[in-house]
Design a protein around this ligand. Sequence first.
Ligand SMILES: *Cc1c(COP(=O)(O)O)cnc(C)c1O
Length: 387
Amino acid sequence: MSSVLDTYARKTISFTKGKGSYLFTENGDKYLDFVQGIATNVLGHCHEHLVKTIQEQSKKLWHVSNAFIIPEQERLAKRLTDKTFADFVCFQNSGTEATEASIKIARKYFHKIGKPEKNRIITFQGAFHGRTLAALFAANNPKHTEGFGPKVDGFDQVPFADHETIKKTISKNTAAIMIETIMGEGGIKVVPDYCIKGLREMCDEHNILLILDEVQCAYRTGNFFAFEKSGIVPDIVPIAKGIGGGFPLGACLVTKKVSIGMVPGTHGSTFGGNPLAMSVGNAVLDIIFARGFLDDVKEKGKYFDRGLKKIKDKYPKIIGEIRGIGLIKGLKMLVDNTEFIKKLMHQKMLAVKAEENVIRLFPPLIVNNKELDEAIYKIEKVCKAMS
Ligand SMILES: *Cc1c(COP(=O)(O)O)cnc(C)c1O
């Protein structure tokens, strides 16, 4: 019997080695890994540059308190703010901490400008923002919240894609609207650009903040952030998963305007932003920022799309819809997604499920067309077996 608390329906398989797009079991079985730690290992397993970076940094310095200036942290924050809408970054260890920091920063801003009554956040059905109490009740998924009451107040939830209800829900107490640019756990539901723009307009009209949770989708669409192609500027963006390339790392990006309440003592994290994590975050950016890298992600995404579309056209009773942009993909299945994933595993390929009977595919961004072809081949094989 395992001594690990049984909070996951774990598969019995385990892995001892990883390289790029592949995972290996102890007896040498090789799996094509399109889970990648759930959208986390953006550069695949054991990327040379990350391995070298962490080895070198681990000989120099692992951890110092945020009570001191951490040069690697300064550098990562500068690179992130130079590249994006943000003026400041605060570093965390996970996605849920990054979304919690977002909520705190939004509330503190209105407190600071003398409008403390503006403290409620509008959120969306089907959202996922993490597993801490505020993040749980922000998403308010009964599967996750049951038994964890009392309910954390301060969130007003509305149906997905219902602008009229959002408008009606906005009150003098609303501080922010928080939404994932691409709803990950909810089934890789891309919020269309016109909706993101509409939300921005609503926020401007009512003096409220727009928080775009990019914990799952950042770096993956072929743009640095998924929201970029909508052309708008958000106020607060939490990121995590991919930004550490598999090392626990989260961050919350904010504009100067919104940051004004966050003065010394208002927030903190013992581990967040330590030299080891920061060196890895910087090493990930070395690759992501390399000329043409993200354009390549777009091209690979299109290539993958074409292959997936062919299978969907051939098996219209198995695959209902292809969702996602770049290398964050969802297949809405017309057969049971869990069963499909199980059969994919027999073909030595790993995928992860989401709500709405969706299968999520997260190739590492360093994937090549041959590996994408292999995925297409394996998915098609399972489609054939299930039809
Ligand atoms: C995974 C996820 C989180 C939570 O991240 P953790 O690192 O598991 O705490 C928050 N928001 C979104 C959109 C996510 O996908």
